[in-house]
Design a protein around this ligand. Sequence first.
Ligand code: HEC
Length: 104
Amino acid sequence: MKFSFVKSFCLALFISMLTIAAPALAGDAAAGKSSSAACGACHGPEGVSVNPMWPNLAGQQEMYLAKQMKDFRDGNRKDPVMAPMAAALSDEDIANLAAYYSGL
Ligand code: HEC
């Protein structure tokens, strides 16, 4: 009884460590660049926006960028301009775009 509790506790700990340590889907910056054409109209071709109402993306943290795009896509962050842009992005597109913009 005691042994199986310890065993299952260790197993649970191990699984949660694996989950925490699992790297986020690694993005491909080159692929991100090729799908960023539409984004450049607002966020600038080099990720620096020309409009004070549109955020710069260049050099922003990769995980943050990915989270924001998922939040827009999934409706957790709302913006009438940006949300439709994120609507069609797959997790892979998002990872690639985040890798591209964070590396600028
Ligand atoms: C029509 C203009 C427009 C286009 C095109 C556009 N965005 Fe945006 N984007 C915005 C605006 C405006 C915001 C800020 C929304 C807000 O105020 O919450 C934003 C916010 C963002 C953010 C969050 C930035 C932050 O600092 O929180 C990310 C990431 C982003 N856009 C990525 C993209 C990507 C990737 C594309 C191309 C697939 C794209 N955007 C296309 C207008 C646009």
